[in-house]
Ligand binder design. Structure first.
Ligand code: ADP
Ligand code: ADP
Length: 236
């Protein structure tokens, strides 16, 4: 069952003379874990930001073709509506913290959805426990190391109601050890929730041992490969 479908989709930023994404045809199935790879500047973040509505879709388009996420077309919806379909962890985490403490930050989505205090406390505990950050729930997110910040973002995204979780360069700013931990956590989230996971990463050598169903490679705004990691990287 397809949960995301790009059909002949192109996207151009207003201030650019050429489209950044060209004729994208891509179908992602419910529950898949997909890696979007490619060189810096190839359009990976733009593709992700078409999914979560961060790109500036304008009235007269900016895009051609169609993009469906379940039953919606994101360019027809507000970013708030889209966030119920696609949860995102961006690489610049500092801008993403909304709580004064780690606990408040992870609770944010639930509080916005009118969940009871007891239930929130319990859910935040479960999420923080999974990322091994329960003992820092009263710290300010700003005091944390890069790896801890990433873990808190991952705990927060677990509370998202969205069926699709998008991670844009989750390894940026992390040392190799923290990076491995973050990838393991994303795997755990995938396993526990069965959600559709999309990871954007150019440090492909750091993530290839992961259990991706599919790897999509983008170059200069076009999909140049879309296959299982076994087929793509098999050594002969
Ligand atoms: P990356 O995703 O490779 O870490 P960024 O997303 O920050 O890097 O930017 C990718 C490219 O897009 C860079 O070459 C940058 O100069 C360009 N870029 C980012 N934002 C804008 C913008 N508002 N206008 C024009 N170019 C931009
Ligand atoms: P990647 O994530 O693969 O590094 P991006 O999607 O960030 O690539 O950027 C692809 C191209 O899109 C960049 O070269 C840049 O020219 C352009 N771009 C990115 N963000 C913006 C923006 N906000 N406004 C205008 N152009 C942008």
């Amino acid at each position: 069952e397809s949960i995301i479908k790009f059909e002949n989709f192109s996207f151009k930023y207003m201030n650019q003379s050429h489209p950044t994404l060209k004729n994208i045809n891509l179908e992602i199935k419910k529950g898949e874990k997909v890696l979007i790879a490619g060189p810096s500047g190839s359009g990976k973040s733009t593709l992700g930001n078409c999914l979560n509505g961060i790109v500036p879709f304008s009235k007269d388009g900016g895009f051609k073709g169609t993009l469906k996420i379940k039953d919606i077309e994101p360019y027809e919806r507000s970013i708030f509506e889209i966030s119920n379909y696609v949860g995102t962890v961006l690489q610049d985490q500092d801008g993403q913290f909304v709580g004064l403490t780690v606990g408040e930050d992870v609770a944010f989505i639930d509080e916005n959805n009118c969940v009871s205090r007891e239930k929130i406390h319990e859910d935040v505990d479960v999420a923080l426990d999974l990322v091994k950050m329960k003992d820092i729930r009263n710290k300010s997110p700003q005091e944390l190391s890069g790896g801890q910040k990433q873990s808190v973002s991952l705990a927060g995204i677990m509370r998202s109601p969205a069926e699709i979780l998008l991670f844009d360069e989750p390894l940026a700013n992390l040392d190799p050890e923290s990076g491995r931990r973050a990838m393991k956590l994303i795997s755990d989230i995938h396993e526990k929730t069965g959600k559709t996971i999309i990871i954007i990463e150019h440090r492909i050598e750091d993530v290839l041992e992961e259990d991706f169903h599919r790897v999509v490679i983008i170059n200069e705004g076009e999909i140049v490969a879309n296959d299982s990691p076994e087929n793509l990287f098999k050594k002969d």
